[in-house]
Design a protein around this ligand. Structure first.
Ligand SMILES: [Zn+2]
Length: 526
């Protein structure tokens, strides 16, 4: 089997936990020192093993230099994959622990970042393998712990909860552990001599639990902005728990990174990372929404990434809708901006591409703002318009509180199934046309007013460019304006090209406006 034809991860194992022990002292004490030594334990359950009992883990070829292995034999390290042979006698269903030593080569990669006084990691989408050995796929969630040895003046934050700081040979060892499984793309830490740590707590109205809040901010940042985020955390917590159920993790924390961080923010489970100085409320809302959409319920595969980004992005607009007056039209203005962002970028892929499952593009290309964020948020907006606001939030809550999905993974089909169950209708057409196809409808509708047997009639014929390829179905509204200044809205469901509807109108009809409320926000009119 060649590396190219291998599945993107080893599904014959189910990792239970990763325990890392990193020595990062020299990353702080030596100038531009990017390598480190580490010990690691991986505990996993075996599935149906091949006869040679060889399993695979990801370990970046350029970054990871394997050392001693206990509990398995290192067969080879090739094309970013470590092949390990398990001892004889191990069979399907056994729990196996292997111990590995390795070092980071010091090469610059997209996972392990070092600058003066700061070390941090960013794993999404597939960079965890740059700094530890793992089954790097969102479907294999596992527990995670990290011990990081650093100079005494460094503060280390990470996913999970702190299990103490111990002195070790003049340095400090910070230990973090998560007891809630997470995807490898979220198993991160950030350490800096620059950090100040602001601690507080927030009480969940839903569970009564006091949740620790930790904000890792930097000396050159504006403390008032940090305090602002601290002060909206209780509001965000209420808001999201109301809609999506209990906040599920050990703590709520935000940490800013350095300018090396290529993203605006990353939703690592219980440890959200932000770009340098980025104490912005909408960014915080986006990443906090991910604690449900992405962390509690993680995409089964990369084609399901819109379940993360679409909802997190949409929640920014919904947050604005919640805290502004409807007459100011802020919600729709944000959605219009999202749609325009998409129209201008005009991405060639669909929102959900199965090709990403086997061949995920580099992170900054994969996390395509116009597509899986803005366009997906618009699709979610249109879903709400199709099913109605109340039903829409019922669907979302069912999704985020579904015991079969919580703390695990979900596919797009899982979300569609819940939508269909709760509405009692079949919305496959909706998800198929918007998620599985690139582009958007371009309408060339024809409207005319007729007089028949003394009645005035609006005749509306729906036409889309490119209908032979795909016809976008939608519930539509037509607003008829009369000479006397009054108006009337007619509605229907348009399912095919050339479909004609006739509506009785009052005398004095002057003009017709298609989709006056911009409910089909991803359309163009020709
Ligand atoms: Zn996001």
């Amino acid at each position: 089997m060649t590396a190219q034809s291998l599945p993107p991860y080893d599904d014959s194992i189910d990792v239970l936990s990763y325990d890392l022990d990193l020595n990062l002292v020299e990353n702080f004490t030596k100038n531009a020192h990017r390598s480190f030594g580490a010990k690691q334990e991986i505990r996993f359950v075996t599935g149906s093993l091949n006869t040679d009992r060889v399993i695979r883990f990801h370990a970046s070829q350029a970054s990871i230099i394997p050392g001693q292995v206990e509990g398995a034999e290192l067969v080879k390290h090739e094309s970013g994959i470590m092949y390990l042979r398990l001892p004889e006698g191990i069979s399907a269903g056994d729990t196996v622990t292997i111990k590995l030593q390795y070092s980071h080569s010091g090469v610059k990669d997209e996972g392990f970042f070092v600058s003066k006084g700061s070390v941090f990691t960013n794993n999404a989408p597939i960079e965890a393998r740059d700094w530890f050995i793992c089954n790097d796929h969102p479907s294999d969630k596992a527990l995670f712990s990290i011990s990081a040895t650093v100079p005494g003046n460094v503060i280390v934050g990470a996913v999970g909860q702190n299990e103490g700081i111990t002195d070790t040979m003049g340095h400090k060892k910070w230990k973090w552990r998560s007891l809630i499984p997470m995807a490898t793309y979220q198993m991160v830490f950030s350490a800096s001599t620059d950090y100040k740590l602001k601690k507080s707590s927030v009480r969940s109205k839903l569970s009564g639990r006091d949740i620790p809040v930790e904000l890792y901010w930097r000396r050159n940042e504006n403390e008032r902005e940090v305090n602002y985020i601290r002060d909206i955390i209780p509001i965000m917590l209420d808001f999201f728990e109301d809609h999506f159920g209990e906040y599920p993790f050990e703590k709520i924390s935000f940490a800013t990174l350095t300018s090396d961080f290529p993203y605006g923010g990353m939703e690592n489970q219980s440890f959200i990372t932000l770009c340098a100085g980025c104490w912005y409320d909408l960014l915080a809302v986006h990443e906090f929404a991910h604690q449900w959409f992405g962390d509690l319920i993680t995409p089964e595969n990369w084609e399901d990434i819109w379940l993360n980004e679409g909802f997190a992005e949409y929640m920014e607009a919904y947050w604005i809708e919640t805290w502004t007056r409807p007459e100011d039209g802020q919600y729709k203005a944000v959605m219009r901006d999202f749609a325009n962002y998409y129209f201008i970028a005009d991405p060639k892929d669909a929102i959900s591409e199965s090709k990403w499952n086997t061949d995920i593009p580099p992170g900054e290309e994969f996390y395509n703002s116009a597509l899986i964020y803005k366009k997906a948020a618009c699709v979610i907006y249109m879903l709400r318009e199709e099913v109605g606001k109340e039903k829409f939030f019922e669907i979302l809550k069912r999704f985020t509180t579904d015991p079969a999905l919580k703390f695990g993974n979900a596919t797009t089909a899982d979300f569609v199934k819940i939508t269909n169950e709760l509405t009692g209708k079949d919305y496959n057409w909706f998800f198929d046309q918007w998620l599985k196809h690139p582009g958007h409808p371009v309408y060339m509708n024809r409207f005319r007013f007729l007089s028949e047997n003394g009645s005035d009639i609006l005749e509306a014929t729906f036409i889309q460019e490119g209908w032979e390829r795909l016809y976008y179905q939608a519930t539509f509204e037509l607003k008829v304006e009369y000479n006397d200044g009054s108006s009337e809205v007619f509605t229907g469901f348009n399912s095919a090209n050339g479909e004609t509807f006739r509506f009785m109108v009052k005398p004095g009809a002057d003009r017709v406006i298609f989709d006056p409320e911009e409910k089909i926000i991803l359309k163009k009119e020709f």
